[in-house]
Ligand binder design. Structure first.
Ligand code: ADP
Ligand code: BMX
Ligand code: ZN
Length: 289
């Protein structure tokens, strides 16, 4: 089966064809509409699927948000231009006329990264540090979805109860401190208004402000990793997303985890599938089901 894989994130929507013999081709990317109203998201999905759908036998989707019964519900609507609910499966089936399989983006990436390592491990977590902070858990070789699709939403565990208000309504979520959006929102003075990518550039140019913000993000993720170890005794934790994979970031998280008690330390690895972990996970999951 040739599958049209789509990864819907808070910043970008990417798509590619993945053939039955695992060749990834025709990779394309568009910006997620800033105000992702249902109409704008619909139009973005039409734009990205139209050139590719004729070559596919099915559609596999990894999407930000809680995915349950084919519907996307935002836990943090701010990450999707305020969009709260969207009938993703129905919409994509109508646009493409193809069968569709859906997963949350980080759950999908967790599945791909586990699949790659399954001969050596049984329990792991995937964390994407991107627009938000997403998560996916594998326990005893099983991807955890939960009855309502929320399992693994690690970005909405609390890092600091006195921390900033998260778009989900809680104070001090990991996502409100460590995500790409949170990194940008902490910038002041010479870095005010810059996005996380620009703040990383400033960090590599020696900006002390950028260093403080990025190290705070990395140590928040390291605390989350130690919590995951305590909860599921993970064999490893895999990092992805454009912040998670940014030059020097994983080293900061690894350095911070070494400050934790030995029993809570765990190997932290970069995603084998890099930025395409969600695309691959959605396809591997679709084939399995
Ligand atoms: P999505 O959330 O749509 O899946 P990404 O994984 O690309 O998309 O994450 C988007 C976030 O990553 C934004 O905050 C953006 O500023 C930041 N970002 C993008 N490229 C880089 C980079 N090279 N280095 C650091 N941060 C980056
Ligand atoms: C948010 C949440 C998660 C998602 C994570 C990473 C929404 C819309 N999304 O915590 O479902 O996995 O962001 O998403 O509530 P990304 O856009 O950063 O890839
Ligand atoms: Zn939250």
């Amino acid at each position: 089966m040739n599958i049209l894989a789509i990864d819907i994130g808070g910043t970008k929507i990417s798509a590619a064809l993945i053939s039955r013999d695992n060749q990834l081709t025709h990779h394309t990317q568009i910006t997620t509409p800033a105000s992702a109203s249902p109409t704008q998201l619909y139009e973005a999905l039409v734009a990205i699927t139209t050139p590719l759908k004729a070559y596919a036998d099915g559609v596999a989707v990894a999407s930000t948000g809680i995915i349950c019964d084919g519907v996307l519900t935002a836990l943090n609507p701010n990450n999707l231009g305020g969009l709260k609910n969207f009938p993703l499966k129905k919409t994509l089936s109508t646009i493409t006329g193809l069968p569709c399989w859906l997963l949350n983006d980080a759950q999908a990436a967790a599945w791909a990264e586990y699949d790659y390592r399954h001969e050596n491990i049984s329990d792991m977590a995937f964390i994407t540090v991107s627009t938000g902070v997403g998560g996916g858990l594998i326990q005893q070789g099983q991807l955890q979805l939960g009855k309502r699709g929320i399992a693994g939403h690690l970005g909405h565990t609390i890092a600091d109860p006195h921390g900033p208000l998260c778009g989900c309504g809680r104070y001090g979520c990991v996502e409100a401190i460590a995500s790409g959006r949170a990194i940008a929102s902490q910038a002041v003075n010479e870095l005010a208004g810059k996005d996380a990518k620009a703040i990383f550039t400033a960090y590599h140019q020696g900006s002390l402000q950028a260093k403080t913000i990025i190290e705070n993000s990395a140590s928040t993720i390291a605390n989350l990793v130690a919590d995951i170890k305590a909860i599921i005794d993970a064999d490893c934790v895999v990092l992805g997303g454009s912040v998670g994979l940014a030059n020097g970031y994983i080293e900061l998280v690894q350095a911070a985890i070494r400050q934790q008690p030995k029993a809570l330390q765990v190997p932290i690895l970069a995603a084998h599938y890099h930025h395409n972990a969600g695309l691959w996970g959605a396809v591997l999951w679709a084939r399995k089901h």
